[in-house]
Design a protein around this ligand. Structure first.
Ligand code: SAH
Ligand code: SF4
Ligand code: F3S
Length: 477
């Protein structure tokens, strides 16, 4: 992912990996001679990155080229995240910086999109006086007319959520892409109501996109030379689509299969799998196709059944372990598993925190995104439970989780030394133009000497050494 663009010092509960994955900006200049220029910056999850591509496409049709330089922009959009308090603080800081720019250029239009727009609605206009435009995740088709309203001297808001909108017909402008790998949204919203989570409120009801439009989009990506798609949804395993006459029904396993069959050279990834929904059918489909990556992001959130119940995750520790065992049984020990963990959720005891550590010992995750609990207004937890774990305790528990996970990340990486992995090259390594970086099908970053290889190539690599976060190797013929 792209380098962070902001000073991240004040975002103290994020791992470096999360920070690197979380901030991005427009990296392409479309330069088609359109009169006005859009600069869009995305925060939060991959769904937001994918939505920014949809927004850019809608605004391209309305006469905006995208620019990678905020100084050239006529319209600045921040596509925001509300998942933790710090995510919102980051955006508030960014708005302060933009305020200075707007003072110098009064004609500049500044808009807030995404989850903060949806959570705060028109209050955001009162709290952030310089914001002209507030648009929620299901209202992006309305952007051109909202922008006209702003040009007419009014502030504009549309935060209506929809039960149908999937933007299926919109051809995204690939902003976050290296030309090798692209995101494809397969569903929107979430119906799960985990008690800590703001997403059901900011993204609305779950809906699945037409399977044919997903396959078509992936086919087009292949014809443009892309080698990898990541199918995105908050809960991909509950993907469910039926044709209008009801004769055709597609579940997630069947969708995975349809996308995998497009081309053996197209790698298929997906995120996120909810432990309550991931079926053996999905696991067997992953096994059946070499081009479906052997990597599953399976967020546990906690290793303790009482805490999981309070979180309203609808599974307990035994169920989660059963799903991990199924992955190991069907896909083998090689299959990579990652998780999200929350430390210091309401009423979590020291013993219950230790259950999270022992779950990490059991699963030996390849990778984890780890957070301390941040209360979000309006969620079930905020309404019903007390945020009673002191910040120092949350942070100490989080550090214990991070330290243990780093230990297992290294162990898992060390196991690959001496093996050969098929790597899809994505571009130059961050440190050197003499080295290329890519990922293997377990989603591990691999660095190799450049030689005559290029991004987009598949290369068989003998792994020679590793660190906690990266594998290093030599191509073999
Ligand atoms: N749909 C995904 C999660 C999306 S949010 C799933 O169900 O797994 C990404 C992660 O942010 C969550 O998995 C959780 O670990 C974390 N998160 C969500 N709300 C949070 C909160 N209030 N405080 C801290 N972390 C939170
Ligand atoms: Fe949030 Fe739970 Fe939905 Fe994930 S499944 S987005 S954590 S409510
Ligand atoms: Fe954040 Fe919204 Fe994604 S809250 S994590 S941007 S769905």
């Amino acid at each position: 992912m792209h380098a962070p663009i902001l000073d991240l010092d004040f975002i103290d509960n994020r791992t470096p990996e999360e920070a690197a994955a979380c901030d991005t900006k427009v990296t392409v200049d479309t330069n088609t001679g359109r009169q006005r220029k859009l600069y869009i910056e995305s925060y939060g999850c991959q769904m937001n990155f994918s939505d920014s591509e949809i927004v850019s496409s809608i605004l391209f049709e309305a006469g905006f080229d995208t620019t990678s330089d905020v100084k050239n922009a006529d319209l600045v959009l921040l596509n925001t995240c509300s998942i933790r308090e710090k995510a919102e603080t980051t955006v508030r800081h960014r708005l302060l910086q933009l305020q200075h720019m707007k003072k110098k250029r009064p004609g500049l239009i500044v808009g807030v999109l995404g989850c903060m727009a949806e959570r705060l609605k028109k209050n955001l206009l009162e709290e952030e006086k310089m914001v002209d435009l507030v648009v929620g995740p299901d209202a992006y088709r309305d952007l051109p007319s909202l922008i006209s309203e702003v040009e007419g001297g009014h502030k504009a808001v549309n935060v209506l959520l929809s039960r149908e909108e999937t933007y299926a017909d919109i051809n995204p402008i690939r902003l976050n892409s290296n030309g090798v790998s692209a995101f494809v949204s397969i569903m929107r919203g979430c119906d799960n109501m985990c008690s800590f989570c703001v997403v059901p409120f900011t993204r609305g009801r779950e809906r699945s996109r037409d399977a044919h439009s997903i396959v078509r989009e992936a086919q087009e990506l292949v014809s443009q030379g892309y080698k990898e798609v990541t199918l995105l949804g908050q809960n991909v395993d509950s993907y469910k689509w039926a044709s209008e006459d009801g004769t055709e029904k597609v579940n997630f396993a069947q969708l995975l299969e349809k996308v995998a069959l497009i081309s053996p050279d197209l790698r298929v990834r997906f995120s996120t799998s909810h432990p309550k929904d991931i079926t053996d059918e999905v696991l067997y489909t992953i096994k059946k196709y070499d081009n479906i990556c052997k990597y599953i992001h399976l967020p546990a959130q906690s290793g303790n059944s009482r805490v999981l119940d309070l979180m309203n995750r609808t599974y307990d520790r035994a169920w989660y372990i059963d799903r991990v065992d199924a992955i190991r049984r069907i896909l083998g020990d090689e299959c990579a598993i990652s998780t999200d963990m929350i430390s210091g959720f309401c009423t979590e005891t020291e013993e219950e925190h230790k259950d999270t550590l022992t779950l990490i010992d059991y699963v030996q995750y390849d990778y984890a995104y780890m957070f301390f609990y941040s209360e979000r207004p309006g969620t079930l937890a905020a309404r019903k439970l007390e945020d009673d774990i002191p910040l120092e305790v949350k942070k100490r528990r989080l550090q214990e989780v991070i330290d243990l996970q780093r230990h297992y990340s290294l162990i898992r990486n060390e196991k690959t030394v001496g093996t050969v992995q098929k790597v899809l090259l994505e571009g130059f390594s961050k440190r050197s133009q003499e080295m290329l970086s890519g990922r293997d099908d377990k989603n591990r970053m691999v660095i190799i000497p450049k030689m005559d290889y290029q991004k987009g190539d598949y290369v068989n690599v003998l792994i020679t050494h590793c660190s906690v976060g990266t594998l290093f190797g030599e191509p073999i013929l």
